[in-house]
Design a protein around this ligand. Structure first.
Ligand code: MEV
Length: 444
């Protein structure tokens, strides 16, 4: 490493206190250290205990990163009306979800159902013997695994969950490789810690079985457990959400007839079913809604994202996650999403705002949260595609963009109103708004 590169490195950074960490950072990476230090510290929570809670979620924490906490009211799911918390930094998303929620509120709301809640975990190992032998021993292996994990599972079993099926998996092109694929039910918790603890206990038991069981011949006693970890691919932890109404109840939408609108929506969804380039963007729209709720409720949005994308490609081609149909004059729009969510444990019970989000949703259990989240993804997708097939997406975006620029330039309320009117059919740019404000000073 040359001396320039080394001057930016540090030994023992994690041992510095928070001020020490910030000081080192601002002095080494910023041109205006004092101001930056002040700015970073301005985001500290004024309540020290709350700050400690936030610091505890990560390492080398120096400050907080504020994100807007919004709500989409009027989200009707299975007849119950929710005010859905959404944490997202992209303009128009919450407005779009709210508008679609209101639209469908008057047409029966969203119907949602959980199709399954199975989570999965894997113990990956290498062994020299044949699969037929392992299959024959599987009942005995399983008995040991379950027995030795009994203490870990006891509480979860009391709540109605626990270890479900244990299967042996092989991959024909991968010599000596075996896998135990384990199904879990984790009730209202996302269950990552529980699953990983069980799997690590299984790995130990597996070692014990091969080393000590009389079934195993001497020359096959050695097993190499490679790793034990949950799988974030949970295609059986699935929720379905749909909206439907007679085609004529859809519109007209702007100048478009209800029939044409329905046909365009249907075609747009069909395009996402067939073309991966469109499908990724289409699904990004669904995940705009899903992620925002997942983050607001303290769930793991990386896991949800990874799983949804894998699910979108489950038949070998990446496809849109929503479907649309028009049958006998009924328009239906639906999504099926694998959402492994929890409402107890982990961040859901530690993050102060995640707790408030769950309170706002009236303390749903995990299945209800899956339904609310899928409904929000569905509404988001409906709103995005509706914009795309009618006015285009930029109209709504530009309005928000205009408001952000006006705010940045310190426009008065009266200037903002006049700018709204002026830019209704004109292109918004920073320079155009600045010129407009210069030509239209605030009213006296
Ligand atoms: C933007 O964040 C999301 C959209 O691109 C989704 C879509 O195209 O369906 C509008």
């Amino acid at each position: 490493m040359d001396s320039k590169a080394r001057s930016k490195s540090i030994v023992g950074f994690s041992k510095l206190n928070k001020r020490g960490k910030i000081k080192w950072i601002v002095e080494n990476f910023f041109r205006d250290p004092e101001n930056v230090m002040h700015e970073l510290m301005s985001y500290w929570h004024r309540n020290e205990d709350q700050q400690k809670v936030l610091d505890g979620f990560s390492e080398n924490t120096i400050t907080n990163f504020p994100m807007p906490f919004s709500v989409a009211p009027n989200v009707v799911v299975n007849g119950k009306t929710y005010c859905v918390p959404m944490v997202i930094e992209e303009s128009s998303v919450v407005a779009a979800a709210s508008s679609a929620a209101k639209f469908w509120m008057d047409r029966g709301g969203v119907r949602a159902e959980v199709l399954g809640t199975r989570k999965l975990g894997q113990v990956h190992f290498n062994w020299d013997g044949p699969a037929s032998m392992l299959r024959a021993w599987l009942p005995e292996i399983e008995r040991r695994l379950r027995q030795e994990a009994a203490d870990i599972v006891a509480n979860m079993e009391k709540r109605g969950g626990g270890i479900k099926e244990i299967e042996l998996v092989t991959i024909s092109t991968f010599e000596r490789y075996y896998q135990l694929r384990v199904g879990f039910e984790t009730c209202d918790s996302m269950g990552a810690n529980f699953i990983n603890t069980c799997l690590e206990s299984f790995a130990k038991s597996l070692d014990g079985f091969f080393a000590g069981s009389a079934l195993v011949p001497e020359h096959l006693r050695s097993v190499e457990v490679i790793m034990s970890i949950l799988s974030n691919y949970t295609p059986e932890c699935l929720v379905r959400a749909r909206v439907e109404c007679p085609v004529e109840a859809l519109g007209p939408v702007g100048e478009m007839s209800a029939e044409e609108f329905a046909w365009r929506m249907n075609t747009a969804v069909e395009i996402a079913q067939r073309d991966p380039y469109r499908a990724v963007t289409h699904n990004k729209g669904i995940l705009n809604g899903v992620d925002a709720v997942v983050i607001a409720t303290g769930n793991d949005f990386r896991a949800v994202e990874a799983c949804c994308h894998a699910f979108a490609a489950k038949d070998g081609q990446y496809r849109g996650l929503s479907t649309c149909s028009i049958n006998n004059g009924i328009f239906q729009f639906a999504v099926e999403l694998p959402l492994a969510l929890g409402t107890i444990g982990g961040l859901t019970s530690l993050h102060p705002m995640a707790k408030r989000s769950l309170e706002l949703l009236e303390q749903p259990d995990a299945e209800e949260l899956m339904q609310i989240t899928a409904a929000t993804g569905l509404l988001q997708n409906f709103a995005a595609v509706r914009s795309l097939v009618t006015t285009g997406i930029q109209k709504g975006h530009m309005k928000m963009h205009l408001h952000n620029i006006l705010h940045q330039l310190g426009a008065s309320e009266d200037q903002k109103n006049r700018a709204d009117e002026f830019f209704n059919n004109r292109t918004v740019s920073y320079n155009a708004v600045r010129d407009f404000l210069a030509e239209h000073p605030p009213a006296e």
